[in-house]
Ligand binder design. Structure first.
Ligand code: ZN
Length: 530
């Protein structure tokens, strides 16, 4: 070995050491206290759970963009007014229930309190019909509620379930076995029977009463809101031929201008005789059920740091800004972990790199700090970015995505120094090696690859924003510390975030990004694992 080579090696070793010292200097600016300082704001009640497109989400976007500006990042998106901005706006579409009510016997009944709806209906304003009682609404051999009843153009009021005698024998089956006219899906069968007879509307009187009915209606309300999914394109929804109004006994009686007690009496008569009532009570009903379209404006927040000699290539570091908002019962889901933890990590990373740049140690490649929205509704913000990239995807070297790194899951309750890495080896073996080396040299956490296994049923690789980059062939690492009992619940609060545990993970992202942005060769895409 020659002297020159030796000194050359020494020099190389020294310069690497120096580069590491430099990285460490800036990594040390990432502190538990700073993460907390940001998160108490991002996850505060005043942001109302940062629901996609809500005022709270926009407050969070404002906070992040102001910090991007403070850190000297460049706005490279174009806002709706056509000027350069940290905001990359886009629209989401949603169909929701508008005005929905039922009026009968001089009273007005409230949607998701006095009744709920099975199926989608869109009446043309307020409509009226006469209402008739059709027993259990059953048409079967030996038991037919429609035998002597004309329901054409009318609203039929029917009872849930089917008649049975005192000994528990069901008339329809003539046995102790329920028929298909009972049970959770029987409303469809009853609606179809009523429709065939020419009925216009179906009102089903619930078997549940009092508190039980209240509970049921509440659950149905939550379900209905969840079904109002958002989409990147305007929604064409298919309305049902016939929707079913499930109502309390109170409403059922009002529809027939009778009392709940008399209605119960009629039911007992049917059960006793095993015969439909010959002539039931009648009434009238007015109702309105309106489906409306909403456009929800939201925005990704992006801050750009230009690189030096390799500035055309870009490292994208991402997290999602929004969360699930307020629960139907009024509780705020602050999403401190999901994904407040990722959002504040992004701020700390931006700050660390901008300090490096200010001191002449800026990255060779460019870095885009990308705080997307719409994640909880279907990874829409990252999808929008991947379809409308601010910088060419061909020059995008990697996406490091942080989503929920502030807590500890059951599996690691005894040993909190861990992080799940997902995706690191799927497209680039070099990325995996760089990530491992960064951890070994600087952090020393357990890198847990449980969820990287394609056979893992959770399929987390497909469940956060990085996947929209991976789909385009861009290597990704997803940083995650697992789910916990407060996942998507009001208990995901800042008090439960373990900032001391989180900070080293943010440093791991920093060291990994530092290497990816500064190394001579861009990492290669050399595999395509599931
Ligand atoms: Zn999330």
């Amino acid at each position: 070995m020659t002297k020159y080579l030796l000194s050359g090696l020494l020099l190389l070793a020294f310069s690497q050491l120096h580069a590491q010292d430099t990285a460490t200097k800036y990594a040390e600016t990432i502190t538990p206290a700073d993460l907390k300082k940001h998160l108490v704001i991002i996850a505060s009640d005043s942001l109302e759970g940062r629901d996609t497109g809500s005022e709270g989400q926009k407050k969070a976007a404002d906070y992040v963009s102001k910090h991007f500006e403070m850190y000297g990042l460049t706005p490279i998106a174009t806002d709706s007014a056509g000027t350069k901005s940290y905001y990359q706006p886009y629209d989401l579409y949603q169909k929701t229930w508008g005005d929905v009510f039922v009026k009968a016997d001089g009273r007005k009944f409230a949607f998701n309190e006095d009744f709920y709806l099975n199926g989608l209906l869109n009446t043309d304003g307020e409509v009226s019909a006469s209402a008739v009682f059709a027993g259990y609404g059953i048409e079967a051999n030996g038991y037919n509620d429609y035998k002597d009843l004309d329901v054409t153009g009318k609203a039929v009021v029917i009872l849930e379930g089917e008649p049975k005698d005192r000994s528990g024998r069901y008339y329809v089956n003539d046995s102790d076995q329920m028929s298909s006219w009972s049970g959770p899906q029987s409303w469809q069968k009853k609606a179809a029977a009523a429709m065939t007879k020419g009925a216009k509307y179906v009102f089903m009187v619930s078997e549940k009463e009092g508190k039980e009915f209240e509970q049921l209606v509440k659950q149905r309300g939550i379900m209905a809101r969840r079904m109002n999914g958002m989409s990147m394109k305007p929604i064409q929804e298919s309305l049902s031929n016939m929707a079913v109004f499930t109502v309390s006994k109170e409403v059922g009686a009002a529809l027939l201008r009778t009392s709940p007690k008399k209605l119960s009496g009629l039911q007992q008569d049917i059960n006793k005789k095993g015969q439909p009532v010959a002539k039931g009570p009648i009434g009238t009903v007015s109702l309105k059920a309106e489906r409306k379209s909403e456009t929800i404006g939201t925005e990704n927040v992006a801050g750009f740091m230009e690189g030096t000699d390799k500035k055309d290539e870009v490292v994208v570091i991402s997290a999602h800004l929004d969360h699930i908002g307020i629960s139907p019962d009024g509780q705020i889901n602050n999403g401190a972990d999901d994904d407040g933890s990722g959002t504040v990590s992004l701020l700390e990373l931006a700050q660390a790199f901008s300090q490096a740049k200010a001191e002449g140690n800026g990255p060779r490649r460019s870095i885009l700090f990308l705080n997307v929205t719409g994640e909880e509704k279907g990874l829409f913000g990252s999808e929008f970015y991947a379809e409308n990239p601010l910088l060419p995807l061909a020059n995008t070297v990697v996406n490091l995505n942080i989503d929920m790194i502030g807590r500890v899951d059951k599996e690691h309750a005894e040993d909190p120094k861990y992080v799940y890495l997902i995706g690191s080896d799927k497209l680039s073996s070099e990325l995996h090696a760089i990530s491992e080396a960064a951890n070994e040299a600087h952090v020393g956490y357990k890198l847990d690859y449980t969820f990287n296994d394609p056979k893992d049923p959770n399929r987390f690789y497909y469940r956060s924003d990085h996947y929209n980059f991976a789909k385009k062939g861009i290597p990704v690492i997803f940083y995650f510390t697992g789910v916990h009992e407060d996942y998507h619940r009001p208990g995901d609060d800042v008090e439960k975030i373990m900032f001391d545990k989180q900070a080293p993970i943010v440093k791991l992202v920093f060291y990994t990004a530092w290497e990816l942005a500064n190394r001579e060769e861009r990492i290669k895409v050399d595999s395509n694992k599931e």
